[in-house]
Design a protein around this ligand. Sequence first.
Ligand code: B12
Ligand code: SF4
Length: 476
Amino acid sequence: MKIAFIEPRPPFNLYFFLSKLPLLGPIYLGTILKKAGHEVKVFKEDMVRVYNEKTDELHPYIREADAVGITAVTHSANRAYQIADAVGRQFPDKRILLGGSHPSALPKEALRHADRVVVGEGENVVCDVFEGRTTDRIVYGTRTDLDELPPLELDLLAGYQNPRVRKKISSAPIMASRGCPHDCIFCSVTNMFGKRYRIRDADLVMEEVMLRYSEGFRSIFFYDDNFAAVPEKTKIFLEKLIKADLDFTWSSQFSIHVAKDRELVDLLKRAHCTTLFIGVESINPQALKDYRKSQNVGLIKDSIATLVSAGLNVHSMFILGADSDDAETIEETIRFSRDSKSSTAQFSILFPIPGTELFDNMRKQDRIFVNDWDYFDGTHSVILHKTLSPLDLQKKFIHAYRYFYGRKFLYRVASRLGFFIWKLVFRKYMRFIRSISRHLLRKSPEHNRKVTVKELLSYRFWKPVTLSYRRKRQPL
Ligand code: B12
Ligand code: SF4
């Protein structure tokens, strides 16, 4: 069977300057299907054009494929559906399958655009689904045994053979674990991969590291959500990496707790880890509680200081706009980003990912006022905050980047240029945000300051506002 996987391009990509890291779902599934004897290609839309909506033209490989599997996160869901609809319209006999974290959270919505939707991890069901052995239209995946996964075949990626395209993937993607023992209310990882942390055998991960090394990669991004959730196991892998003595550098996501273990920090440094991506989120203690983060402000400050003094770079990730945030607490968090000596920082506006507790709460309270998945990427206000208007929050987000990156001349020039482009691209959205903020103020002049929390949370307060801004298309 000829199979095409597609990773659609998100409409806005603030992080376009990062290397084009592919989502690993389609590549893992493609590797398994190839081993089962199928011909597979994975299309990452950022690398190779898949569908031209103006001419309604699909890539020749997709036109010829027997089945098309499309992956989607929330901010790429509209594009995924657009491609799925085009394939379905032009080739009604082709099998269309959807999977990924967004269809897993909202399978019924996804099913309107596909023959089958896979919920959760796909490895154990992928052959049955593609080979037509499932009768249910919504197929539930089961937890994958990571030690049974084959090494990723990156050359399934269309265009990968072309050195210019390949150069865009500057870091080798490797996943050494899945799942996270924490359960932050805004995060879809535990819903998707479970609270039980599964870590791949250290020798198998090393094998994959060596494979990428032989392919010419000199840097790795480990896709783990919490790289050292079980420090003792991580240490075994780090010892192996140190022993191999490769001229590799690497980075991954860690929880702030990593810094509590000095031996681990030392091993990270010796194993050529350069940057730790850490979900700091906020230094407003109540916001940390709101997010259900298992960390406090003292731990955050001490841990970043420990990591920085060990010579490691910290990429701190912050979320602005918890219910308990106001202009002042957000400002404190922004100021902290710089004072903390983090090497780089990333800011997001709190947004509800389908399948999370935050999403359910916001929907119950009728506070999701943007009804277009394109904007659910952390760079846009999409929920109504208790005290700040959407425009205020959006401005804080822009200010955060300017404040952090404005400290050095080069950064300043780049950030000016970046925001000039941002404003051009986001013009339509900014007009929308301005108008809804004006509307909120008109509706309730005391909004922002004097409306009581009870009132703000009442259905009657928000209903007229949200209704007038809801698009009829795609009700949430
Ligand atoms: C690497 C990564 C990135 C990379 C880019 C990756 C990319 N190409 O988009 C970087 C670092 C740039 C990034 C940025 C962001 N990311 Co990110 N990222 C990840 C991460 C850590 C790994 C992705 C991955 O490969 N997973 C491993 C594979 C195996 O899982 P999978 O792709 O889901 O595939 C499995 C199943 O879904 C299923 N499946 C998937 N597709 C299909 C298709 C078919 C047909 C079938 C049958 C099955 C199937 O089977 C697969 C195997 O089990 C995930 C977290 C995670 N653990 O997944 C977050 C994650 C994808 N990111 C997320 C978010 C929110 C973001 C940001 C918006 C964060 C922010 N505020 O800035 C930005 C957006 C940037 C942008 N515009 O694209 C969310 C997405 C949630 C959602 N529903 O939308 C995730 C899930 C993390 C989270 N906190 O919840 N990210
Ligand atoms: S620690 Fe990170 S990966 Fe784990 S639930 Fe919280 S945000 Fe998600």
